[in-house]
Design a protein around this ligand. Structure first.
Ligand SMILES: [Zn+2]
Length: 229
């Protein structure tokens, strides 16, 4: 398991060796091994619904959620499952608010990272201390797109594309980073884990690798946030 911190927010990202987090029994043993006694799940919609505050519901249908350190402490872990999609965590120390964001290519194209940023920290002049973590996800080494793909022709994403033998490869991570930096998030405050989930020798599960060649990579990882403070 990978653990990172953004201020008081602890980020958990499971690896293949932790098991398939799509399975409830595997997940429950992962929670108990890591002392997670309460938790809330984001049921992903691959859209752009941002929950602006946490609710009492058992699960939330959304691709992003905003939380305060107090509300996160009350919820326990807030988590989602991923396998190639880009998990993003934001933390704004000046307001003590953060966000967990699922940026699959569809949601990223629809700018869920920017929609979340605008709700988390509406005034661009307040973003100097905002911190961002971008987790393991499919990188442009493996993220091949088709030549007539509309996303890679979108001016907002063109710069995140590289070509190899005429085929486009997209870096969602670079696209997200550039869009955030253009909106006054400091590049030195953005940490990207950099691991590709789709590489054949990967320590991660990969939706793309599974659906193309390697059935051993069937499964999902958890990306979750929690706090003690
Ligand atoms: Zn790769």
């Amino acid at each position: 398991m990978i653990r990172s911190f953004l201020g008081p927010i602890e980020i958990f990202f499971s690896e293949k060796r932790d098991g398939d987090m799509g399975e409830m029994t595997v997940r429950e043993s992962f929670f108990s091994k890591n002392g997670i006694t309460a938790q809330k799940q984001l049921i992903l919609e691959h859209g752009v619904r941002v929950l602006s505050s946490v609710t009492r519901a058992e699960t939330w249908n959304a691709d992003a959620v905003l939380f305060s350190s107090e509300s996160l402490l009350e919820c326990g872990m807030i988590w989602m499952t991923v396998a190639d999609c880009v998990p993003v965590v934001m933390w704004n120390p000046s307001s003590n608010m953060g966000a967990l964001v699922h940026a699959g290519w569809k949601s990223a194209w629809k700018k869920i990272h920017l929609k979340t940023l605008e709700q988390l920290c509406p005034d661009p002049n307040d973003r100097a201390d905002l911190q961002v973590w971008i987790g393991p996800s499919i990188q442009d080494c493996c993220h091949k797109r088709t030549a007539n793909d509309r996303m890679i022709q979108d001016p907002a994403w063109k710069y995140a594309v590289r070509y190899e033998k005429g085929m486009p490869f997209l870096s969602l991570q670079n696209g997200i980073t550039k869009a955030l930096v253009e909106r006054k998030v400091r590049s030195e405050n953005i940490q990207s884990h950099g691991s590709c989930t789709c590489h054949l020798d990967s320590r991660f599960f990969s939706h793309r690798r599974f659906s193309t060649v390697d059935q051993d990579l069937r499964g999902r990882m958890i990306c979750g946030v929690r706090t003690d403070a």
